[in-house]
Design a protein around this ligand. Structure first.
Ligand code: OSB
Ligand code: MG
Length: 370
């Protein structure tokens, strides 16, 4: 498959509400879409880098820089028989996984479209309903938290994840747990704690959480292993896992029992599939995380989520929770806590609302090769 054209564009998309985590607040998203063309067929993917380096060091601007100045010269006008070959050509880029992943994911979408297959078939998944949950940002009060959780439970979501930080953990968790004794409840600290806080995290054991997501440092696995040994609740790793090797090491030392899969964080689908299999061999479930993506990113996430070891609800809630108007034509809406895998055509199975995109696009570039 020869890459004839590589295009990047940026779309400002405002979340319906500010999304607050322990690392900051997001509302005005800068959605970055990469598209690859071969033989007149177009594949695309969303880059999940954030507006500021709070979740990871990558940002919309570093991703744009790495894609246009380093990835484009290595791929435009070149032929790749597989995603592995493409990744091999990009091995000189250390890190910047979200930038690399966007191009690798666009390659998968392109390939699926060329073969006229839904993406899940190429990934080894199946056409099954995908259970999804919601991720609730840090709120101003426990009452507000319980109210928002109640609305989601009312809509049928089977799992509620609360963002926590030191000082905002036991109370909101207790509030939601008392209101909903039976739901699958989880928390996500986004690295806000240290081992010194182990007692506060141990106090969450009484609430029967499905897991505590990334309590400790973004680059740690050792302290997570020590913490996991002190907790009844399973630890789920997010920020700490960037590669299949990271997953193997973390699971081998008991740093957690579950992995949050984000394709952008791990450098693409190929690595995501390897991590899926490694986790399965350890008996550890994975689930699909979210990065406040538009419908382009979430469609890709849904296809991946159909693989067998995705055994817990993902963060791929309805697009209408976040956006007044999404950039795709096909609504991605959960019904009774379940999303269907989009299949309006091959590949990721959604299409861009071209007219809307033309209206809001702030930056666009057709990148050239060497
Ligand atoms: O840690 O899972 C996270 C959003 C941005 C950055 C990090 C995270 C999140 C979420 C949102 O939890 C999940 C979603 O996209 O709905
Ligand atoms: Mg997380």
């Amino acid at each position: 498959m020869k890459i004839d054209r590589f295009e990047l564009f940026e779309l400002p998309l405002r979340l319906k509400f500010p999304f607050r985590t322990s690392f900051g607040v997001e509302q005005d998203r800068r959605i970055l879409i990469a598209s690859l063309t071969s033989d007149g067929v177009v594949g695309m993917a969303e880059c999940v880098a954030g507006e500021f380096p709070g979740y990871a060091y990558e940002t919309t601007d570093t991703a744009w820089h790495v894609m246009s100045d380093f990835i484009a010269p290595a791929v435009v006008g070149k032929s790749f028989a597989s995603a592995g070959e493409l990744l091999h050509a990009l091995r000189f880029i250390r890190g910047h996984n979200m930038a690399v992943a966007a191009v690798e994911m666009a390659y998968w979408d392109l390939k699926a479209r060329m073969l006229n297959l839904p993406l899940f078939e190429l990934l080894g998944g199946s056409d099954r309903p995908v259970p999804v949950g919601i991720s609730l940002g840090i709120q101003d009060s426990v009452e507000q938290t319980v109210e928002l959780a109640a609305a989601s439970v009312g809509q049928g979501y089977g799992r509620v994840k609360l963002k926590i930080e030191p000082g905002w953990d036991h109370q909101p968790v207790r509030g939601v747990r008392e209101a909903f004794p039976e739901i699958s409840l989880t928390v996500d600290a986004n690295s806000a704690y240290t081992l010194i806080d182990a007692p506060a995290l141990r106090r969450l054991d009484e609430f029967g959480l499905t897991y505590i997501e990334q309590p400790l440092a973004h680059d740690d696995i050792l302290d997570h292993a020590e913490l996991q040994a002190q907790l009844e609740t399973a630890i789920c790793l997010d920020e700490s896992i960037h590669s299949p090797e990271d997953a193997r090491k973390a699971l081998a030392i008991g740093a957690g029992r579950i992995i949050n899969m984000k394709v952008g964080r791990v450098r693409g689908f190929r690595a995501a599939l390897a991590i899926h299999d490694i986790a399965q061999a350890f008996g550890a479930p994975v689930w699909c995380g979210g990065m406040l993506e538009s419908g382009i990113g979430r469609a890709a996430n849904l296809h991946l989520s159909s693989l067998p070891n995705f055994r817990l609800p993902g963060d791929t809630s309805s697009g209408s929770r976040y956006w007044d108007k999404d950039i795709v034509n096909e609504p991605l809406e959960a019904v009774n806590g379940v999303q269907r895998i989009p299949q309006n055509g091959p590949g990721i199975g959604v299409s861009l609302d071209e007219e809307y995109v033309r209206r809001i696009v702030t930056r666009q570039a057709v990148l050239s090769g060497t």
